[in-house]
Ligand binder design. Structure first.
Ligand code: UDP
Ligand code: MG
Length: 325
């Protein structure tokens, strides 16, 4: 019998969320049941170091609509989402964080907008409870800077809680970049999109897995993947500094030959050398960032490595049983 077509896929990245998994499964399932009986929920265990995997396995036992994918190690949030989407079979695909900061109940509204004809439905956050002023401020600033740097419309203040339709996903799968910034990729694709609004809850357990360093990396990926402007800034900055040092040169020559008040020049010397050194390092650094990304794309490694899924585990179990008999 052919499989029933699946209407809705929900992809949930999970990294060290053991304390919340039961509630997570309960609320996700309840939200999905409200919408349709033809759904699947795919949990991607991104190399959790706690008992998240065991908890997920327990939840998926005898539940044909719940699935898990277990990575061989931690590959990161964006990649976990990509893997889940690769496995998703639904006509509409929702990605949502596994820490319940994004309310699963909102998926009902998102699906409604999708049925109204929107191909991308973003969940936009009103408030970000429990997040530090620093995180809110940097996130806000970043989204606005990025929006100015790219040539297409990029939505501000949305994360990875969104719904996309199957055709958007098929295009997304063709964008095989390694340094993923999925929200940028989806914005780049275009399509008719809309928003539903929500207040972002505090994390109930655990702490954020996006410390400043990871946030910075994501921000860099966002910029380098969609904008060449930093490369151009390096050039512009180079020009400005060259022009400035030319003026300094003229001044130095005049002081020496005409005004005869040179020699002391230690200050200008030290300023100009350090300044030039700084600009050069900055420019080389920017170029390096892009080159690093070229390298990772040229290597053509698999984006992620799956250790097991509920399907493979099931077949393993079955073959073991056959072996015993
Ligand atoms: N996550 C993941 N891999 C990681 C880090 C995070 O799969 O390396 C998951 C995590 O379990 C959560 C989501 O990605 O479901 C968002 O992470 P987090 O809550 O730490 O980020 P924040 O909400 O603070 O931006
Ligand atoms: Mg979170």
């Amino acid at each position: 019998m052919p499989d029933k077509p699946i209407l809705l896929s929900i992809v949930v990245p999970v990294y060290n969320e053991e304390l919340i998994i039961e509630e997570l499964v309960r609320r996700m399932t309840a939200a999905a049941e409200q919408i349709t009986s033809e759904y699947e929920i795919i949990f991607v265990n991104d190399g959790s170091k706690d008992s998240s995997l065991e908890k997920l396995k327990q939840a998926c036992v005898n539940q044909s609509k719940l699935h898990y994918i277990n990575f061989s190690r931690n590959f990161g949030h964006q990649i976990a989402i990509s893997a889940g989407m690769d496995y998703a079979k639904g006509a509409a695909i929702v990605t949502i964080d596994g820490d319940l900061q994004d309310p699963p109940e909102l998926i009902v509204d998102m699906v409604r907008e999708w049925q109204n004809g929107y191909k991308v439905v973003y969940a936009k956050r009103h408030a970000r409870k429990g997040e530090t002023f620093f995180k809110r401020f940097t996130a806000r600033a970043f989204y606005r800077i990025l929006a100015r740097m790219v040539s297409f419309e990029i939505p501000v203040d949305v994360g990875d809680f969104r719904l996309i339709s199957r055709d958007v996903l098929e295009y997304l799968k063709q964008m095989k970049e390694y340094d993923k910034y999925i929200r940028g990729q989806i914005a780049w694709l275009g399509f008719k999109s809309t928003y539903v609004y929500f207040d972002r809850d505090e994390r109930k357990f655990g702490k954020t897995n996006y410390p400043f360093k990871k946030m910075l990396k994501l921000a860099f990926n966002g910029i380098t993947a969609f904008s060449d402007s930093p490369l151009k800034w390096a050039t512009t900055l180079g020009f400005i500094v060259c022009a400035f040092s030319f003026l300094v040169g003229v001044y130095a020559l005049l002081s020496y030959f005409v005004w005869h008040n040179a020699v002391r020049g230690w200050a200008s010397l030290i300023i100009s050398t350090t300044f030039l050194g700084g600009v050069q390092l900055l420019s080389i650094g920017i170029i390096g960032e892009y080159i690093a990304r070229i390298i990772s794309n040229v290597r053509q490694r698999p984006l992620y490595v799956v250790d097991a899924t509920d399907e493979t585990d099931k077949t393993d179990e079955e073959s073991k049983e056959v072996g015993v008999k």
